[in-house]
Design a protein around this ligand. Structure first.
Ligand SMILES: [Zn+2]
Length: 119
């Protein structure tokens, strides 16, 4: 699959994810989507991101969730969305379960607002 095809599939899946989240009366806004390699390098040097981030390929998005006017900061509030994301495509990966095992939010799995597609 070409990268542009994967980007289209990723974007379609993000639309499904947003529809799923909003159907549960949770508000959604975009955080970071596309990231330049220069930005990824800067984040990496600051210890807040991967040098080979899927954001640089246009295959990752950070979503902010809200219940009413309240911004949801707790990773546990993203579990439902993360599990749904993993079900949408076998290449999908959620920042609350990097290793895609049955145990979520393990040590290092703190990036619950991050949704990506491998490839
Ligand atoms: Zn991210």
């Amino acid at each position: 699959m070409e990268l542009f095809e994967k980007r289209i599939l990723f974007t379609n899946n993000v639309c499904k994810l947003i529809a799923f989240i909003t159907a549960h009366s949770i508000g959604v806004s975009f955080g970071e989507t596309y990231r330049t390699y220069e930005q990824a390098k800067l984040y990496f040097e600051q210890g807040i991101g991967a040098i080979d981030s899927q954001h640089c390929k246009g295959l990752a998005v950070d979503l902010n969730l809200y219940r009413g006017n309240e911004y949801l900061k707790d990773a546990k509030d993203y579990i439902c969305a993360g599990k749904y994301w993993e079900l949408l495509h076998h290449d999908n990966r959620w920042g609350g379960n990097w290793d895609k095992d049955d145990t979520i939010l393990e040590e290092g799995e703190f990036d619950a607002c991050h949704f990506e597609m491998m490839g």
